[in-house]
Design a protein around this ligand. Structure first.
Ligand code: ADP
Ligand code: MG
Length: 676
């Protein structure tokens, strides 16, 4: 039944199949799960005189006159004058003089297309058309297309595929369908593509949204059972964290204390910890992580701390060795740039148990690293790690406790859906005494002022970041790519040392420039978003973000977190390249708030369901119709039902649940979700 290739469809040969593949569509099942981007309402024609500029509309009009424009043969423009009882309309077809045979003066036709209304002079360009009753085709789907596949193709393929699949079995358990009054799958799919009316559409949509949440929640629950809390672990209690905390030069904030307590409780329990520690940039996650590391070390066990880049690993290593040295906790670093002999010695110390805490990049989980007794694994900025890497590390010990940290605030609405009852700790408070970052927005015209402010700060001995959305200029607008800005800056300020980092550089090259910036050898760092994560340079007090409308809200907030880390008043200067309304709104939110969670919520609000914040970063499969911000109630119900189902049939082995188990496996095989 499953996996019928799209080549079964009439009109789909190898070429069309290739174009469909670009849309991620290989099978008929893929096809029918590719939902419309929008719809065209072609049910009832509108009065010509009511048409507004820019709208797409259906009209029914009598053709008065058909004329061909100047030029030769088929390429000429066809111009049609038509009218309905309300007014007149001009219809233009370009390069399509041959269409003249399709129209006869005096007959009525449907036209569907984009309208231009210039002071009451109404024109429709290149419309779809039909005679008789042909034009009013109901509500038609509009799909995202790739080169080589037209809207018409998609509609035809979809209609065929729906027919071919109309007998596919219902994957959701009958109990759930009944309890929630859901439309059966084949009917829901039929109506989402070709809705008969609004209410059929809504019923279909509800079913499909429910299904997405139900699948996601079930997969999360299953994975938690298999890899998470269900894992046997061991109890780790030593008092090491208490000694560490009392040696810190500052007192933990109450949020840090609460999170640390939650972590220590997990470690003390006999189940393996599987916890996410969330905290805004600068909230002090490192100290909490370090306390957990100290707790493991205090028990004579080993702990590992992984960061996504060498420079961050080194930064953590420096901090931890400084803290841990006096406490007798031995720390080692494992990074790619160690010499062979350094690496060999470190590996020996790790294997013998002489090392308590290993800090590093993914080199920590490379082949050949053997731990004596690994009890705790912490990853910083977890979304930068691939799943396999995390899994590998987990295998280095006997079900070690796992703590992942992220500075990407996950909005509460989203957290409910993603984690449900999974363990999450949130540091929702910044250490005291921070001077809030001043965020200001500029336009193309006032751009110079931002740079003047930056130059003033440089004169005071501070450093600055300039961030651009692109590495090279994609549309030759000089100077707004990292490379363009770098060239421009060097020309205008030959006396100021500046560096360039972007994603096309090798890791070692990036690290070199960042190190130079950290040492203060470079005053201005021009970069793409590669600097987003973790880099800590307290002396940097200005960040200019060029073409800031090209970044998402949450991303801008992350970027901003790179400044304001010293005792100086710091600035985040947003330059709006194109001052679109949405960009202005974003800038306003950012200028008015420094609360990462609030910003993440807003980000979620402002985006469409297609590009949900957090999902990609957290490696979860994309939801297509479901939007946690808008469908929270559906998400709750689906979550409840999923929990109930899995409690009754944990392996999804009952005959009535088998189809659902199969759907889950197909949907989530290889996805992060099963190892979270
Ligand atoms: P992040 O959560 O972004 O990783 P860090 O752990 O790097 O934050 O902490 C940011 C800065 O705040 C560091 O310089 C750290 O020493 C400092 N810090 C952390 N906790 C406290 C605290 N309770 N009181 C004062 N300063 C703190
Ligand atoms: Mg950090």
């Amino acid at each position: 039944m499953r996996s019928k290739s799209v080549t079964l469809l009439k009109g789909v040969g190898p070429k069309k199949a290739q174009s469909l593949e670009k849309l991620g569509i290989r099978t008929l099942e893929d096809l029918v799960r590719t939902y419309p981007r929008s719809y065209e309402d072609r049910r009832s024609p509108k009065a010509v005189s009511s048409l507004t500029d820019g709208e797409k509309a259906l009209v029914r009009a009598r053709v008065l006159l058909v004329t061909k424009g100047r030029g030769f043969g088929r390429n000429r423009t066809l111009r049609i004058l038509a009218e309905d009882s309300s007014g007149r309309l001009e219809v233009l077809f370009f390069h399509a003089a041959y269409l003249d045979k399709a129209f006869r003066s005096g007959n009525e036709y449907f036209f569907f297309g984009k309208v231009k209304n210039e002071n009451g002079r109404i024109t429709m360009f290149q419309p779809d058309f039909g005679g008789g009753a042909d034009g009013a085709e109901g509500i038609l789907p509009v799909y995202s297309l790739s080169k080589g596949v037209s809207q018409k193709d998609m509609r035809s393929y979809m209609a065929q595929a729906l027919e071919l699949l109309k007998d596919q079995p219902e994957p959701l358990p009958a109990s759930v369908i009944e309890k929630r009054g859901l439309a059966p799958l084949s009917r829901a799919l039929g109506s989402i593509h070709f809705p008969e009316n609004e209410s059929a559409y809504k019923i279909a949509r509800y079913r499909l949204i429910y299904e997405e949440f139900f699948c996601l929640r079930s997969a999360l629950l299953l994975s938690k059972d298999r890899f998470g809390q269900g894992r046997e672990g061991r109890s780790v209690v030593s008092g090491g964290s208490v000694r560490f905390v009392s040696a810190l030069p500052y007192e933990l904030t109450s949020a840090q204390k609460r999170c640390l307590d939650e972590i220590l409780k997990d470690m003390a329990g006999t189940r393996a910890m599987n916890r996410l520690l969330q905290g805004d940039v600068g909230s002090g996650k490192t100290a909490v992580a370090a306390a957990a590391l100290a707790e493991a070390a205090g028990a004579g066990l080993q702990a590992a701390f992984m960061a996504p880049t060498e420079i961050l690993a080194r930064q953590h290593f420096e901090n931890l060795s400084r803290w841990f040295g006096p406490l007798g906790i031995r720390t080692d670093i494992l990074i790619g740039s160690l010499t062979a002999s350094e690496r060999k010695k470190a590996l020996e110390r790790i294997a013998s148990g002489e090392t308590d805490v290993v800090v590093g990049t993914h080199a920590v989980i490379s082949e050949g690293v053997v731990f004596h007794d690994l009890a705790l694994v912490i990853t910083d900025e977890q979304h930068r790690f691939g799943v396999n890497q995390r899994k590998k590390l987990n295998q280095k010990g006997e079900n070690p406790d796992v703590l992942v940290m992220t500075a990407t605030p996950i909005p509460r609405t989203l957290a409910v859906v993603l984690y449900g009852d999974l363990d999450v700790s949130v540091i929702d408070e910044l250490p005291p005494g921070r001077i809030p970052i001043k965020t200001l927005s500029y336009t193309e015209q006032s751009r110079r002022e931002a740079y003047r402010l930056m130059l003033d700060e440089l004169k005071k001995g501070r450093q600055a970041y300039i961030v651009a959305p692109y590495i090279e200029d994609p549309d030759s607008r000089e100077g707004r790519s990292a490379e363009g800005l770098y060239a421009e800056f060097r020309k205008e300020h030959p006396d100021i040392s500046c560096g360039l980092v972007h994603g096309l550089l090798k890791q070692s090259e990036k690290d070199e420039v960042m190190e130079a910036f950290k040492r203060g050898d470079i005053s201005v760092l021009i970069a793409t978003v590669v600097i987003e994560v973790g880099i800590d340079v307290p002396n940097a007090s200005v960040m200019i973000i060029e073409d800031s409308e090209r970044f998402g809200l949450a991303q801008l907030h992350q970027l901003r977190g790179r400044v304001g880390r010293g005792g100086y008043l710091s600035y985040c200067l947003l330059i709006l390249g194109e001052a679109q309304e949405i960009a202005r709104q974003r800038a306003e939110i950012l200028c008015g708030s420094s609360d990462g969670f609030y910003i993440a919520e807003k980000d979620l609000d402002m985006r469409g369901p297609g590009e949900l914040f957090g999902f990609r970063q957290h490696g979860l499969p994309q939801l297509s119709l479901a939007d946690p911000a808008r469908h929270l109630e559906v998400a709750r119900r689906a979550g409840e039902d999923a929990a109930e189902l899995l409690a009754a049939d944990p392996g999804l082995e009952k005959p009535e649940d088998k189809a659902f188990g199969k759907l889950l496996r197909e949907k989530f095989t290889g996805a992060d979700v099963l190892t979270l």
